[in-house]
Design a protein around this ligand. Structure first.
Ligand SMILES: Nc1ncnc2c1ncn2[C@@H]1O[C@H](COP(=O)(O)OP(=O)(O)OP(=O)(O)O)[C@@H](O)[C@H]1O
Ligand SMILES: [Mg+2]
Length: 226
């Protein structure tokens, strides 16, 4: 088991009351799963991704990532878990503009305390995995959108994370580059990666092995309770 959420709720303050955004969500993800979570704008997708990615903590419920109870972790422990166990891919790439593709990809390894020579070697390998070995020295403004997203994916996998988490990974891309990114996820899945893609795009969701739906903060479509 990679992760297990049980009866997770997330409320945000709204004036003097609390606004329930995620309602009693239960979700289990096994090693090697490729799951899409699909839902309309405002349904709670990014809120859920932030919880899964340990960027935020739930109001109530339990979240186990591997055998770690996330609710019991300090913020320092959470940041270690994010760096070590989770690879993030965002709609808008989040690359550092002044760094080359290679240095962007190597960044998580720097935080993990890996030596310079090994950082370069592993970043180069990850860039080759996403088909961009020849773009190592390019800066983000010298790359297309699709190439930028593939660099971001290389950065997400360079640490061999337990879980690859993507929020609208094709949202900023034309359909051909989007298809390339989805081909890449499929290849990573075949090679054993565990992937969660969050999207409102049915075409993207249908590339996954299974789809769960979220609407008004309620998750449906799985075996665990719904
Ligand atoms: N920090 C916050 N404080 C208060 N309310 C929030 C906060 N973040 C999100 N919300 C509310 O939670 C609900 C879900 O937001 P969320 O960003 O998770 O939606 P989403 O499904 O990702 O939408 P989109 O497809 O537009 O990205 C929205 O009604 C939003 O207003
Ligand atoms: Mg969102």
């Amino acid at each position: 088991m990679i992760l297990q959420m049980t009866d997770i709720c997330k409320d945000y303050p709204m004036g003097k009351t609390m606004n329930p955004v995620l309602k009693h969500i239960s979700l289990t993800v096994e090693k090697g799963d490729y799951l899409a979570i699909m839902g309309p704008s405002g349904s709670g997708k990014t809120t859920l991704m932030n919880l899964i990615g340990c960027l935020d903590v739930p109001t109530s419920g339990t979240y186990l990532l591997g055998d770690v109870d996330i609710g019991k972790c300090s913020s320092r422990q959470l940041s270690d878990i994010r760096n070590r166990d989770i690879g993030f891919v965002f709609q808008s790439f989040h690359l550092l503009p002044k760094m080359t593709a290679l240095d962007n990809v190597a960044l998580p390894l720097l935080y993990a305390g890996v030596s310079k020579a090994e950082r370069k070697e592993r970043a180069r390998e990850a860039l080759e995995t996403v088909g961009l070995g020849d773009r190592a020295d390019f800066r983000p403004d010298q790359l297309s959108g699709g190439q930028s997203q593939r660099v971001a994916i290389a950065r997400a996998i360079v640490n061999h994370p337990r879980l690859l988490l993507a929020d609208e990974p094709t949202g900023a891309l034309d359909s051909a580059s989007g298809a390339q990114v989805m081909d890449l996820f499929e290849r990573l899945h075949v090679d054993g990666s565990t992937i969660i893609v969050i999207t409102h795009d049915r075409g993207v969701a249908e590339r996954a092995q299974m789809i769960r739906y979220i609407k008004d903060g309620i998750l449906t479509g799985g075996d665990d309770g719904e």
